[in-house]
Design a protein around this ligand. Structure first.
Ligand code: 13P
Ligand code: SF4
Length: 330
């Protein structure tokens, strides 16, 4: 009971076999928020997830990430100074009409910024509900750091593409042609380098070769890919949809490869392929491997806490607000 090891679905099989709980980012955040027994939480996932676990557990509970290189390229696309600079520009343009929402795939500092400004976190599993909630609070939203999840979900609830602009943190400029007053969603120009590797050509080729195939993708994929697919939804949605599908049905999945391979193994009665035949796993998720995991556990056994993930109190006090606003609506 002193040790708990949560594992994200994108972790390698060699690691996930030892996880005490397996889940997507929402489920893992919910589990950590109620995990009051464990003294040590060895998080099998990426850095932003370990930070979230630290903020949702008591100060005496220690969160460990066995390889500190397990980051997230999407989370790295929004840093706090860029966000503060962009926010000033947005306030000048639209005044106090914007509520910030951040995908949990972001640093604790961004979550703190969002919490301080009345906003909340979202995950792929609750993005729709959270965007709907945000519009009960303010006229507009800033959605960061994943433009694709923001665009796909906003479109899903009826917001048109010409009501969304893109903010580029590298140039501090907006990408938009239209009426600025009609903008409802400001999308941060960030993306997941894994899910951007699916494209329309993959869908066209598959449909040509196999007209019966059903295509299911994660909403971190581009708008075109999501629109051309049959289904789009969170990690849990994809896992459940395939589990519940008819035996013999044919599927192509557009998401991270460790998970796709696991879904293939766990559903031998269906014919499943990756939407991109040359897809790789998420490189940073893959940093957590058996040697690193073993090293951190052996050190723990010797009484040494290595790679301890801690979020400073001045950041976490606001970041927790954004996480709690999400958890109470999920
Ligand atoms: P979810 O776990 O919210 O589906 O997110 C996918 C992902 O990219 C995690 O890094
Ligand atoms: Fe980040 Fe994408 Fe990897 Fe998830 S799959 S950890 S969003 S780079």
């Amino acid at each position: 009971d002193r040790l708990f090891m949560p594992g994200h679905h994108y972790q390698k099989d060699e690691v996930i076999q030892f996880a005490d709980a397996r889940g997507d980012s929402l489920k893992l955040a919910q589990i950590c928020a109620t995990m009051d027994k464990a003294e040590f939480i060895v998080f099998c996932g990426v850095h932003f997830m370990a930070e979230t676990a630290d903020m949702l557990t008591r100060p005496d509970q220690k969160v460990i990430l066995s390889d500190l290189r397990a980051g997230c390229s999407m989370a790295d696309m929004a840093d706090i100074s860029q966000t503060e600079k962009g926010w000033v520009k947005m306030q000048e343009k639209w005044g106090d009409t914007i509520l910030p929402l951040t995908y949990v795939n972001s640093t604790a500092a961004i979550k703190g910024f969002v919490g301080k400004n009345g906003g909340a976190c979202v995950t792929s599993g609750n993005a729709k509900e959270m965007i709907e909630w945000a519009f009960t609070q303010k006229e507009r939203i800033l959605f960061l750091p994943d433009q694709h999840l923001g665009r796909n979900t906003a479109f899903d609830i009826g917001i048109q593409l010409n009501e969304m602009c893109v903010y580029d943190p590298l140039t501090n400029e907006f990408e938009f042609e239209g009426d600025w007053d009609s903008v409802k969603v400001i999308l941060w120009k960030g993306h997941c380098s894994v899910h951007e590797k699916f494209n329309i050509k993959h869908i066209e080729n598959l449909r040509k070769q196999n007209p019966e195939v059903k295509i299911i993708v994660h909403p971190e994929c581009t708008f075109d890919v999501v629109q051309a697919s049959d289904y789009a939804g969170s990690t849990n949605y994809i896992i459940n949809a395939i589990q519940e599908a008819e035996a013999g049905s044919k599927w192509a999945i557009g998401t991270e490869m460790n998970l796709v391979n696991r879904i293939i193994d766990e559903n031998p009665d269906k014919k499943i392929v990756s939407l991109n035949p040359f897809m790789c796993p998420c490189l940073t998720m893959n940093r957590i491997d058996l040697p690193h995991l073993l090293w951190s556990l052996e050190k723990l056994e010797q009484g040494e806490v290595v790679n301890h993930i801690t979020v400073p109190e001045e950041v976490s006090k606001n970041a927790v607000l954004s996480l709690e606003r999400m958890l109470e609506r999920s």
